[in-house]
Design a protein around this ligand. Structure first.
Ligand code: GDP
Ligand code: MG
Length: 597
């Protein structure tokens, strides 16, 4: 145990975490030339394309310092707020963290939120000032910022360029000399933390764990504490770029486990693995069942594809336990599923995976959060509303609660005004304003989560000209004056377009929704009235005017291939349309309320 170091890299997005990880692997010769690839650790296609790390992984390196070999376990953490619970579990598996700060960008919102997570878990922090090669780097100022933030000495901060390989040896030495060796009792009953799990279609679920006490042996009967299910440890091992099977993994170390489990939901991140016969009395603390934060309906474009969609969703759930879904039906869209996601990125990923891996074209309805409605008859039992059209008749409701978050925004002093206006428009209440330096300010707000779902990131980027970073964490439910705004097309309510909106904004948003839908709904042979309503009261109205002539008319007499192209283009455009009554609605229209500006 004395010669093991478990550490993670924490950073704001794009500050160089993946690049630094690659460089550490290089310097410790952990990668053969054949395996070498830019940003090795981000191995899902989607991750690579989006340049983000979705799933955390672990990798083992060996480094010799003063004649002694050390095992360094690098535990990678996801870089997006949707996956913050996984970040917290990865951090809990470590004794130390490299805090990477971009020498041009300085401290950003996720630098701080990740640092807090690391400090809560008593991690040794090694600050790394990255990208010192950049002409725009401000090493002196950013060093001051880091000193102010964590109260370290200037010389504890390691200047580096992950890109050019500067400072890498210093970082490796610091990991050995500054990160404490793991502690634990090798003779106690097995106690290991699950910090990640990955679905492998051939081998079943691979569980990544950190042993705190005891050891895990090949073929041992083990048990997961939270699910209380026992399995045989068919294979255990350590992780390099490939897996190295082992007979035993002892306290302090990190490894993988394969038990033949075929359903991702049986392995929960944050759970404790213990011995089935001689279980530990103290499970690793901090276990939580992750709860979806954002909900949306997913419907097949072709109603006949419902059963096929169900089969795809079931397969997706086998390898993504945080996806939940239940069947629902919509008067407008027919049969589909109400799905729960960790956040907006997670939603996009699922939608994209349905298309890429399963070739399913789906309609996704407006995302919403989950509300608690209290009826006047049973004021103690909340009715959980994860679809706005399920909100009971307002006359029977006492009050409605919605989820709130604590939002932290770091921006330049120049943009404090516009950022505040935006947050106030989004029903935020400022709770704190701290000048990190004379130029950089941290603002904290209590805000409804629903407002973040609705187009917040883009607006924040615009009002701050890109100089704002943002992070948030849930703080529970609060009572709000919410009303259901319905949309009627050609006189028929389209349930999939209903949204719960704060009373003060309902008229304005209803109006803007009608205007937006007018832009998005293609003209047809007849006028299509678009109305927004609260209950039976119409609050806004627009009309999509009938087409005047056949769009292909202008091609008659012209060349036939041009006409065919035009028809094909129309057909393609139709792919993501749904006919509701006699009105064709494109996919964008279902998301219209998200982009009202
Ligand atoms: P992550 O989001 O924290 O994983 O950041 P990445 O490692 O993906 O890096 C983000 C961008 O910064 C990439 O374009 C990298 O090539 C670049 N980058 C990372 N480290 C350095 C560095 O030391 N110097 C310079 N100039 N660019 C860097
Ligand atoms: Mg990365």
């Amino acid at each position: 145990m004395k010669h093991i170091r478990n550490f993670c890299i924490i950073a704001h997005i794009d500050h160089g975490k993946s690049t630094l990880a690659d460089r550490l692997l290089d310097s410790t010769n952990s990668v053969t030339a054949r395996e070498k690839q830019e940003q090795l650790l981000d191995n899902m296609d989607l991750e690579r394309e989006r340049g983000i790390t979705i799933k955390s992984h672990a990798i083992q390196m060996v480094y010799t310092y003063e004649g002694q070999e050390y095992v360094l376990n690098l535990i990678d953490t996801p870089g997006h707020v949707d996956f913050s619970y996984e970040v917290s579990r990865s951090i809990a598996a470590c004794e130390g963290a490299l805090l990477v700060v971009d020498a041009a960008q300085s401290i950003q919102a996720q630098t701080i939120s990740n640092l807090y997570l690391a400090l809560e878990n008593d991690l040794e922090i090694i600050p790394v000032l990255n990208k010192i090669d950049l002409p725009s780097a401000n090493p002196e100022e950013v060093t001051d910022d880091i000193v102010d933030l964590i109260g370290c000495d200037r010389d504890e901060i390691i200047p580096a360029s992950a890109k050019n390989g500067i400072g890498i040896e210093d970082i490796l030495k610091a990991i050995i000399t500054r990160v404490p060796a793991p502690k634990g009792d090798e003779n106690a009953p097995l106690r290991a933390l699950v910090f990640d799990s990955v679905y492998n279609p051939f081998r079943g679920v691979e569980t990544y764990f950190r042993v705190f006490d005891g050891s895990i042996k090949k073929n041992q009967q083990i048990k997961f504490v939270a699910t209380n299910k026992a399995y045989s440890a068919d294979e255990i091992g350590t992780l390099k770029l490939v897996q190295f099977p082992k007979q035993e993994i002892k306290a302090g170390d990190v490894g993988y486990l394969i038990t033949g489990i075929k359903d991702a939901r049986e392995v929960k991140v944050g759970d404790t693995i213990t011995d089935a016969e001689n279980p530990t009395q103290k499970a690793v603390s901090g276990f939580e069942d992750v709860k979806p934060m954002v909900f949306a309906g997913i419907y097949p474009v072709d109603t006949e594809d419902y059963e096929e969609l169900r089969a795809c969703m079931e397969k997706l759930q086998l390898n993504d336990a945080s996806l939940i879904f239940t069947p629902e039906s919509s008067a407008a869209l027919g049969f589909g599923f109400r799905c729960g996601f960790l956040g907006m990125l997670h939603l996009e990923i699922i939608q994209e995976r349905l298309e890429r891996e399963f070739d399913m074209t789906v309609i996704t309805t407006v995302p919403n959060v989950s509300y608690h409605a209290y009826s006047t008859k049973e004021p103690d039992e909340p009715i959980i509303v994860s679809n706005p059209s399920d909100l009971p008749d307002p006359s029977t409701i006492d009050h409605v609660e919605e989820p709130y978050i604590k939002a932290s925004i770091i921006t330049k002093a120049d943009f404090v005004g516009p950022v505040m206006s935006l947050c106030i428009e989004k029903r935020g209440e400022i709770t704190n304003q701290t000048y990190l330096t004379t130029e950089r300010v941290e603002l904290t707000f209590d805000m409804p989560l629903a407002e973040i779902v609705f187009d917040f990131y883009d607006r924040l980027k615009t009002v701050s000209k890109g100089y704002a970073s943002f992070d948030y964490s849930p703080i529970g439910l609060r009572t709000s004056k919410l009303v259901k705004v319905d949309v009627l097309l050609n006189g028929n309510t389209v349930d999939a377009l209903s949204a719960l909106i704060h009373f003060d904004n309902a008229y304005d948003i209803g109006k803007r929704m009608c205007i937006k839908l007018k832009e998005l709904i293609p003209r047809q042979q007849f006028d299509i009235p678009i109305q927004a309503a609260i209950g039976s009261k119409i609050i806004a109205r627009e009309t999509v005017k009938a087409l005047r002539k056949d769009v292909t008319a202008k091609c008659y007499g012209g060349d036939i291939s041009r006409k065919r192209k035009l028809l094909e283009k129309q057909k393609k455009g139709k792919k993501r349309m749904r006919a509701v009554g006699n009105v064709e609605i494109p996919q964008e229209a279902f998301m219209a309320v998200l982009k009202l500006n």
